[in-house]
Design a protein around this ligand. Structure first.
Ligand SMILES: Nc1ncnc2c1ncn2[C@@H]1O[C@H](COP(=O)(O)OP(=O)(O)O)[C@@H](O)[C@H]1O
Ligand SMILES: N[C@@H](CCC(=O)OP(=O)(O)O)C(=O)O
Length: 270
């Protein structure tokens, strides 16, 4: 089934989670990263303006530093993020360059998006990059800002699901796609409820829906479905469609931008 999308998608934000970018061992999932670069480059060539929000800095840094497990101590997390962000951008730059695309790194903190003047500058930077045909790659500036995450003092950031919705709003995007390690939102966490059923379409974030959304599924994920619903709420308020889909089939993005019924689509009543 293809949904009747009233407005054609022109500007697209894609968020990819650590679970899609890394393997269970913590190593980079080079196949997925290459596919992502290829499909996003192709979509850009087809006339879409594309922003990528990429997690992965802490997970990738954990592996590169040969730490036994993802750190829990704040300063170690921040150190791992500093190392992992560098490696992740190096790999993206290489893969996107294969398809003759230029990428840009944007690292954000809660203060950057909260303060009106800073957020206006950010908006202008995104506009300029997109006009130039550059693909911005965004992450939270974890080495600086995870203090806010840990203390819970930051109102808006702390996980990249929420960050991607804020970025979609900042860029006036038409669609946000969250690529996860699962097909979409189910009526219970399928890891603990094998009989859970996929929800195809959501028009409103209700308390019942929030009760269905659990936390992260693996050591590599952050937030699980709970933060994805926060992102959906921010998108619905701004009239931006949001889709949760499985990052193991990145090619599905071609159909998703055309409104195909893949994963879970959050859109206002039409
Ligand atoms: N109702 C639900 N429907 C689907 N997944 C759920 C639900 N509740 C919790 N989850 C968990 O959310 C996980 C995806 O989020 P997360 O681990 O943060 O990964 P990502 O890196 O993609 O953000 C799934 O693997 C699943 O275990
Ligand atoms: N900013 C962090 C990721 C935070 C996050 O939300 O992670 P994920 O659940 O994998 O999207 C990092 O780059 O490691």
């Amino acid at each position: 089934m293809v949904l009747d999308t009233q407005q054609k998608v022109r500007r697209l934000v894609v968020k990819v989670g650590t679970s899609t970018l890394t393997r269970e061992t913590g190593s980079l999932n080079l196949l997925n990263m290459e596919r992502l670069a290829r499909v996003l480059s192709d979509l850009e060539g087809m006339g879409y303006q594309v922003v990528l929000v990429s997690s992965g800095a802490i997970g990738i840094g954990t592996k590169k530093l040969r730490l036994m497990e993802r750190p829990t101590e704040l300063k170690m997390k921040q150190a791992a993020a500093a190392v992992g962000q560098c490696m992740m951008m190096h790999v993206y730059d290489k893969f996107f360059a294969e398809y003759n695309r230029t990428v840009a790194q944007i690292l954000l903190t809660g203060e950057d998006v909260d303060a009106p003047v800073r957020s206006e500058h950010l908006h202008n930077t995104f506009e300029s990059l997109l006009e130039l045909g550059v693909i911005p790659i965004v992450n939270e500036n974890d080495s600086v800002s995870s203090a806010e995450i840990e203390t819970g003092q930051c109102k808006v950031l702390g996980d990249n699901d929420t960050l991607s919705a804020i970025v979609a709003r900042l860029c006036d995007a038409d669609l946000l796609v969250l690529l996860s390690d699962i097909d979409g939102l189910y009526d219970a966490d399928p890891r603990t409820h094998p009989e859970a059923r996929l929800i195809h379409h959501v028009e409103e974030i209700t308390p019942q829906l929030r009760a269905m959304a659990g936390g992260a599924g693996t050591w590599r994920g952050t937030g699980g479905m709970a933060t994805k619903l926060n992102a959906a709420q921010l998108c619905l308020e701004a009239g931006i469609d949001m889709v949760i889909a499985n990052g193991s089939r990145i090619e599905a993005l071609y159909e998703i931008v055309n409104g195909a019924d893949i994963g879970t689509r959050f859109s206002g009543g039409r």
